[in-house]
Design a binder for this molecule. Sequence first.
Ligand code: TNX
Length: 762
Amino acid sequence: MNKHLLLLLLASYSVLTTFAQGPAAAADILIPKPTKIEAGEGYFTWTPGTEISIPKNARDLVAHSQLLKAFWGTNTPPAATSNRINLKLDSKFPSSEGYRLSISASGIDLTAATPAGLFYGIQSLLQLATAGRESNTLTKIAAAVIQDQPRFGYRGMHLDVSRHFFPVAFIKEYLDMLATYKFNYFHWHLTDDQGWRIEIKRYPKLQQVAAWREETLQGHARNQPARYDGRAYGGFYTQSEVREIVKYAQERYITIIPEIEMPGHSVAVLAAYPELACTDGPFKVATKWGVFEDVFCPKEETFTFLENVLSEVIALFPGKYIHIGGDECPKTRWKESSLAQAVMKTNNLADEDELQSYFIRRIEAFLQSKGKRLMGWDEILEGGLAPNATVMSWRGIQGGIDAARQGHDVVMTPTQYCYFDYYQADNALEPLAIGGMLPIEKVYSYEPIPAELTPQESRHILGAQGNVWTEYIADPADVQYMAYARMMALSEVVWSDPTQKEFRGFAQRLAPQLNHWQQQGINVANRLFDLSCSSRGLPSGGIEVTLKNPIGNGEIRYELDGRDPKPNSPLYQEAMLLEESALLRATTFVDGKQVAPVAWMDIYHHLGIGAKLSLSQAPANRYLSLAPNALLNGVRGRNNRFDDQEWIGFDQGHNLVALIDMGTSKPLQYLQLRFFHQPGAWIYAPKQIEVYWAEDEAGQQISGPVRMDINSPLDQVATVRVPLPKTTRFLRILVPNAGQIPAGQPGAGNGAWLFVDEIEIH
Ligand code: TNX
């Protein structure tokens, strides 16, 4: 063929394909997923001249049209054009926050019952416009009819500005992000032990003293010895800044719920006003993270102070809820205080839990007298709920279940699904986090209505919220990284129809969204290609290894000898069976380019792989399902973290009592066990281990034990090798928990945790 003809054909082919592809379909872009999308023919072309028509006398909508114009960065008056965007309010529209968006070549009609509904329609339109944007003068939006409405009336995101303080400009960015993904509540955690962050005119020492700490802990709170940076840190929002932020939020249909912590998490206040404590002080604004024993004393002075503070807060925030914390309030000081005890007596309170409940009820009565509703963390259930309180269930879902059954409204925010301060990926490059593991697909899988509730009770579940605690999140870029991608997953949990939820589809839509924000210089986390590796011992003695990434795309390539995979390394296609030890390294490639950090898993083959394991004492809840496999799958836990899938934890008083049946008698040489040891996390290696053996199941035949003492390990991981040159089929292993935590150590007096990863049999 003639070379020129070929080039011409190729050129026209690419023109044709571009044309045929057109702008991306709404179904491939929008987050949260709309209720219904019907694709149409052709596309709407949005130019700087596109006219935006709004109903007369609707002031709210003027702001809306400005939002649309801001997309072009110009306010030039619209030129006459046939393509228009019509905003329409229709009181008969069936959903208060829903909207209908009808896009065709000749125009866009956006209809809703309320300005909020129109606002959400505009958010969808802007997402489509950004995705279809080809140049500064031309944007195409694929024709479609979109019907949309939210599942829950409470769609929340939280931000802790006490542990770290974030500038006003960033709070606005955060609110913009919330608006883009159709959240309608911002829970602003304004006070805590490490800093008071809102100006209260009546109490200037809150600004002068409580807003500042001497220095800040470096590294993880569990590390010993603790290190500090030696630099003063602090700040607060002035009332005029707060008003500006409240207004900014209102324009985006976001209600702000301010949180003023009481009676716990209040050391910063006590540093400024020590007379509100049960003991003399002096106190200082906390410089490390944790739960502190000095809390508000339930004196009249304290109530006067709190009511005065709340009065100023109420004047600033128009929303109906005021959050008063209520979490993690140790009762030590109240137990020792004659004053607190006297309050209990006078008011007929049986114990300190009832005293906390009395405290919260008094505050609730005050809030109610001002027309506000009290919201608090699930600890406010203890000792009896205040009559009209709304509960935030964070320690799992039980608090939510209990509160709903008692007829109280609930916002679900359980740590397992909603704590965006947890790790989101399992590679060594992740920034230091508080712990835990909450990958985006787990956020996405969350169902806010507990299965335990009847339909009647579940009406009390108002929705869900993502929490961003900032002990380890020091600046805006860190918040962006930890919060935004997972916030997008949560938006679908609280907005979209649960029967249409599907993670793969979400991940496909997430990719262009993340791309867009990255281009805007926003540090969103794209962990869609990160691999998770898991391993399972098979009865045959082999090890099955599974690799997968959340998006289910790209080529997974691996090496088994510790080398980093290359674009031409073996391609992973399905679960692999390994019969030997291996140093697995794997990652994802797209078009020959590595798109995720290398994931690794060291596999130690041994005689116990696939053996039957029974534990006569259960590990702690979260490890129940992991335990049987994780202890005999050839994979050890991490040396520097105990919160991965391999470490199995037993809480106080629980021992590792394992019976292992290898199926046939095997000649052994030794056993190896590893124990995590980190006093700062209440985790202790055991002092001793005992091993028994038997050739058949009959109990009498059991021999042993071989005992071994374990010296307090210097490392974080204590490795214990027990020589056992025997031929045997059964092994019984007994590892007693280290017992009570000694005085002077974190958690002194409580029971220690015992953590074990793999029981290696050689
Ligand atoms: C528990 S959640 C807390 C916070 C911490 C958070 C860290 C809650 C009501 N209290 O004070 O920042 O854990 O994940």
